[in-house]
Design a protein around this ligand. Sequence first.
Ligand code: DC
Length: 235
Amino acid sequence: MSHKTNRPLTIAIDGYSSCGKSTLAKQLARELGYIFVDSGAMYRAVTLYFLESGTNINDLDEVAQALEKIKIRFENIDGINTTFLNDKNVESEIRSLVVSSAVSEVSAIPVVRKKLVALQRQMKGREGMVMDGRDIGTVVFPDAEVKIFITADPIIRAQRRYNELISKNQTADIHEVITNLAHRDKIDTEREDSPLRQAEDAWLLDNSHLTVTEQFDLVLNKVLEKDRELTSGAG
Ligand code: DC
């Protein structure tokens, strides 16, 4: 950590799939000494549980019963934020294409969102927090001091996702990745409950032609500027 804010801020990062939201969120959390929460990992963990348990997502009673049996937590293992589902490390499994293909349908179910939003709000302690997702600035933390909405060219996003899967030794086909991203964008933006949209007070950032470092520098400056503004505003 090499920068410190005067007050613990809540930073909400929303945007389309595979825009690099988590990469940015992790960098900011590390730099500022804040908690990082990848809310997408929580929707992915629920999806994995439903797939493994054979839960019929069209049967809301079955969904509600399954949700009661799910416990999600994060642990920092060797500096890597790791997702645990019922005490099992599922960090790699939740990133597979099987889970990616089903997660948008699962995250459109209102009881699923209700449970995870409550959990996300509980994760906010007294420290600052960076959370990335789809509805963080609009629903989970509408009062977040900093809101960023990230977008990027769909082909560039697909290429990044493909490279990520390959680097993790997962099987990937670029056409499948493109189809999956388009499918998720459509469901995420068109669902009735908490659709993906830019909060009115969010800063729009298109990172198609930005390097990871350029993006980080831009956003860090924005955060520090906001912190100074809040401090001087408080007199
Ligand atoms: O960020 P991600 O690609 O890992 O998210 C996986 C899916 O979870 C995404 O397609 C939509 C859903 N999601 C959501 O509905 N709300 C969030 N706050 C985070 C993710």
